[in-house]
Design a protein around this ligand. Structure first.
Ligand SMILES: NC(=O)C1=CN([C@@H]2O[C@H](COP(=O)(O)OP(=O)(O)OC[C@H]3O[C@@H](n4cnc5c(N)ncnc54)[C@H](O)[C@@H]3O)[C@@H](O)[C@H]2O)C=CC1
Ligand SMILES: O=C(O)[C@@H]1CCC=N1
Length: 272
């Protein structure tokens, strides 16, 4: 069977994408090869998903006919680019589309590393694992509508897809890329608040999680503005306004705004 999809880096995000692509039948296990330095991860991915595995990134690059998917940390990108630099890419019968989910690494750097191959830069997030992710994509100079369609199909398998200009990718990273961690912190802190107010831990966890999930679902399904929902919950002289007053005093909104800005700036730094 032809190898269509090559994955370099079988960690959290690599596995999230891989698992959904196989489950949705976008690629068969026999069409996928993964490279990873950690033998424990390789054994796991091979056993769990039935894919071919290797420690040799150049093998993945050479064999992948349709997509080479980069899911390593940005800090190891230059080492990988050097490793792949000697492979004769331009004279290949099938040049793969390079898809990178590396935070911060710009299209210019990716295109320089891969000659004139088509590159799509993407920023997914961890809810991709359960098909509830959101991914922003932007296309490089050598891509065609066909490449665009392939990337749409891949990321649609793990959630929603939006297209942005490359100048916005760091901001996307600061918001939706990093966002699941902020929301997880919110859920944990809400539950801690419940425990502090006397609730048993298990019940506090359930209430906190379902409140966040339910609120997101309500906003999503009704398209209600968040401010309107806040107003609907907030009775005059009631409990909610007492809670909101504390959040405002503690700088809740500005803490989130600053978090997104700091993560955006860090993404910009990673690309330098
Ligand atoms: N974790 C997240 O929420 C998100 C991460 N990203 C991006 O995805 C990329 C991967 O992040 P994670 O999956 O969280 O990291 P991770 O650490 O879970 O996975 C990276 C994998 O790459 C492997 N690796 C290290 N050196 C390698 C090499 N030379 N060749 C091949 N594989 C190598 C590691 O062993 C590891 O399994 C990063 O660039 C990150 O910016 C993007 C969106 C969300
Ligand atoms: O923390 C990071 O650098 C990566 C990028 C977006 C989410 N995690």
């Amino acid at each position: 069977m032809t190898i269509k999809f090559g994955l370099i880096g079988g960690g959290v995000m690599g596995e999230a994408l891989l698992s959904r692509l196989i489950a949705r039948g976008i690629y068969q296990s026999s069409e996928v090869i993964v490279s990873e330095p950690l033998s424990s991860r390789l054994d796991f991915l091979k056993q769990q998903y039935g894919v071919a595995v290797t420690t040799d990134n150049s093998q993945v690059f050479t064999e992948a006919k349709e997509v080479l998917f980069l899911a390593v940390k940005p800090q190891v990108f230059s080492a990988i680019a050097q490793e792949l630099a000697n492979i004769d890419i331009l004279n290949r019968e099938h040049s793969p589309l390079i898809i990178s989910i590396l935070a911060g690494v710009p299209l210019s750097q990716l295109e320089a590393a891969f000659g004139q191959l088509p590159v799509i830069r993407a920023m997914p997030n961890t809810p991709a694992t359960v098909g509830a992710g959101v991914t922003a994509i932007c296309s490089g100079a050598y891509t065609s509508p066909k490449h665009h369609q392939i990337a749409q199909q891949i990321f649609s398998a793990v959630g929603e897809v939006v297209e942005v200009s490359e100048g916005l990718m760091d901001a996307v990273t600061g918001l939706s890329g990093s966002g699941p961690a902020y929301v997880a912190l919110l859920v944990e802190a809400l539950a801690d608040g419940g425990v502090s107010a006397g609730l048993p831990r298990a019940i506090a966890n359930q209430l906190a999680l379902q409140t966040v999930l339910g609120t997101a679902k309500l906003l999503h399904e009704t398209k209600m503005h968040p401010a309107e929902l806040k107003d609907r919950v907030t009775s005059p002289g009631g409990t909610t306004i007492a809670g909101i007053a504390k959040l405002e005093k503690a700088g809740f909104r500005s803490a989130l705004i600053e978090a997104v800005k700091a993560a955006t700036e860090r993404s910009q730094e990673l690309g330098k």
